[in-house]
Design a protein around this ligand. Structure first.
Ligand code: PLP
Length: 389
């Protein structure tokens, strides 16, 4: 393992804090390192492995497709692209919704903001403080200040308002606003969760001002929140939803889903992407959504949330934020030592900008047995004196 780590450290920019092992393979909720050590992955490959690691449904589909036609761009019709778009519309949208495909979450947000500016002919985007929307220029300008360090000249057309504050939103929307963009659950921040009233209030305010409401569903989409998307979970109808991460189970893919009335206003040439909606991503998207539906993973996410909420009754856990399997365990202390102790027990979890939070983003296939392993590990860790309060 040491050799592979040294090679990567020598040749890849050190922009990430990494788990201290070299990953070799994965299956379901489990991953193995080069030395054969097995880890329970409750971080889900960064919220990507929604239907589990290396799911056979997807690997079989991309193997078959790659032998048939590896790639052609949007200049041709592709049956597999049409099927992927229909699957996303049917699962997360509504009749008449349409899709723009791209390759990542940041791109999906860039394109959603572009659509909003084009169709409203307005300039500014209002964003909720604490959100994370990606690392490209527009997406990072919409993101919280911490991530903009080292980037200048951004954000002149972004207005940041406090998350949850409808009065501030109403005021900002008067300022030539094309859109209001937010994560319904601010995952990176620490699974900070909007109320239904806030999201429904934003829907009403956007309707009044003529701005488009954009939900960044890069983490909340595709069944993770115990509903097909945050739109369903919170009962609020955004004009645009953005997806990536779990969308194609690890084949790079992003998408913007537009309501029928917005779709009708998007003109030819408005957007473009060479690789977006390519055949490999398309078959992976269709296979992923089919597996989420067939295996009732949305329902499982809701059940596992209930299990966690009802059995993780530790005094050290002050609060459990989030929905479904996008959860933040808020500790009564910084979470780093506990996360390290879990890693020593070969359980992978995430941190967050809120230092007290342990983030859980497991595959939606996770079951009571794996949740039980986490619970038992936490019980042992909290009981041990090794973790300083
Ligand atoms: C909510 C949210 N939006 C957008 C992004 C950016 O996605 P990508 O890294 O695919 O560009 C992320 C990535 O973590 C995210 O969590």
């Amino acid at each position: 393992m040491k050799e592979s780590m040294a090679l990567e450290d020598a040749s890849v920019l050190p922009t990430y804090e990494k788990f201290p092992f070299v990953l070799d393979r994965g299956e379901g909720c489990w991953v193995w390192d080069e030395d054969g050590n097995k880890y329970l992955d409750l971080y889900g490959g960064h919220a990507v492995a929604a239907i589990g690691h290396s799911p056979v449904e997807v690997t079989a589909a991309i193997t078959k497709q790659s032998a048939k036609l590896l790639f052609y761009s949007n200049l041709v019709y592709l049956k597999v692209r049409a099927e992927a778009a229909k699957a996303l519309v049917d699962f997360c949208g509504e009749k008449g919704s349409q899709v723009f495909f791209c390759n990542s979450g940041a791109e999906a947000n860039e394109n959603a903001m572009r659509i909003a500016r084009c169709v409203t002919n307005k300039k500014n985007v209002v964003c909720a403080e604490g959100g994370f929307h990606g690392r490209t220029a527009g997406a990072i300008a919409a993101t919280g200040y911490k991530y903009r360090k080292g980037m200048s000249g951004l954000g002149a057309d972004m207005i940041h308002v406090p998350f949850g504050d409808l009065a501030a939103a109403e005021q900002a929307l008067q300022n030539d606003a094309a859109a209001f963009l937010l994560e319904p659950i601010q995952s990176v921040q620490g699974a900070t969760t909007a109320s239904s009233e806030y999201l429904q209030g934003l829907e009403a305010l956007c309707k009044k001002s003529g701005a488009l409401l954009i939900f960044d569903e890069v983490q909340t989409g595709l069944g993770r929140v115990g509903a097909p998307s945050a739109r369903h979970a919170f009962g609020a109808r955004p004009h645009l939803q953005t997806f990536a991460k779990a969308l194609a189970s690890g084949v790079p893919a992003g998408a913007v889903l537009a309501t029928p009335e917005v779709s009708a206003l998007v003109k030819p040439g408005a957007l473009g992407s060479t690789f977006g909606g390519g055949p490999l991503a398309s078959v992976a998207i269709s296979a992923t959504i089919k597996a989420i539906i067939d295996k009732k993973l949305t329902e499982n996410a809701a059940e596992m949330e209930d299990l966690i909420r009802s059995t993780f009754k530790f005094p050290q856990i002050a609060e459990i934020r989030g929905r479904g399997l996008l959860l933040g365990l808020v500790l009564d202390r910084p979470s780093k030592a506990v996360r390290d102790a879990l890693l020593a027990k070969k359980i992978l979890v995430g941190g967050a900008d809120d230092k007290n939070v342990i983030r859980l983003l497991p595959p939606l296939t996770v079951g009571p047995a794996e949740i039980g392993l986490l619970r038992a590990a936490l019980e042992e860790i909290f009981a041990s004196e090794a973790v300083a309060a």
